[in-house]
Design a protein around this ligand. Structure first.
Ligand code: GDP
Ligand code: MG
Length: 180
């Protein structure tokens, strides 16, 4: 028997209310989509154990932290950010306000995780609700924000139909594991 504990990887999902953060976690962890708004208060996390990429016997315990109900308070307490290994800043591609907020969420992450040597946590910018018709933000605008705010990369998802959800987490894991 392998006595090693699975390595815990804490991943934080942040972004404005209603962009799809909780749905994203449900989709990734349970492969499920429920079309109602769950207004949970506080912060909770959901775990999923996956094989470490490239390994057949070592596992990662992914811990997705959801800031449910705390979106109105742009300054999360440091406890949310403690031991974070990776982050997703999500916005709704049909809601320009939520896109503008991504900058604020990213700088909050950076301010709370920057190490003495200046390193910040790997973070993806995720444009959700790709399935909806009225995209209000152009790819060029997303590219520019991605560069300006030093996101690792950006992806476009539809949590509703599952597009790019697995791949987004896989990509984030790649960046995280390259760091460590
Ligand atoms: P949160 O506040 O960021 O956690 O957002 P929720 O996960 O609660 O989602 C808010 C609303 O958006 C819910 O009604 C979801 O069903 C809906 N939603 C989430 N992702 C998508 C998506 O990819 N496409 C569409 N059309 N609706 C979505
Ligand atoms: Mg939520």
């Amino acid at each position: 028997m392998d006595a090693l504990e699975d390595e815990v990887v804490k991943i934080l999902l942040i972004g404005d209310a209603m962009v799809g953060k909780t749905s994203f976690i449900d989709r990734y962890v349970n492969d499920d989509f429920t079309d109602k708004y769950k207004c949970t208060i506080g912060c909770d996390f959901t775990s999923k154990t996956v094989l470490r990429p490239g390994s057949w016997r070592s596992y990662l315990k992914l811990q997705f932290w959801d800031i449910a109900g705390q979106e109105r308070f742009p300054l999360l307490t440091r406890a949310y950010y403690r031991y974070v290994r990776g982050c997703i800043v999500m916005f709704d591609i049909t809601k320009p306000d939520s896109f503008q907020s991504a900058r604020k969420w990213k700088s909050s992450l950076d301010n709370n995780t920057r190490t003495d040597s200046g390193h910040t946590v790997p973070c993806l910018l995720v444009a959700n609700k790709a399935d909806l018709p009225d995209h209000a933000v152009t790819y060029k605008e997303v590219d520019d924000l991605c560069q300006e705010c030093m996101f690792s990369q950006w992806t476009m998802t539809s949590v509703k139909d599952g597009t790019m959800v697995q791949e987004t987490v896989g990509y984030l894991l790649d960046v995280i594991l390259k760091r460590s």
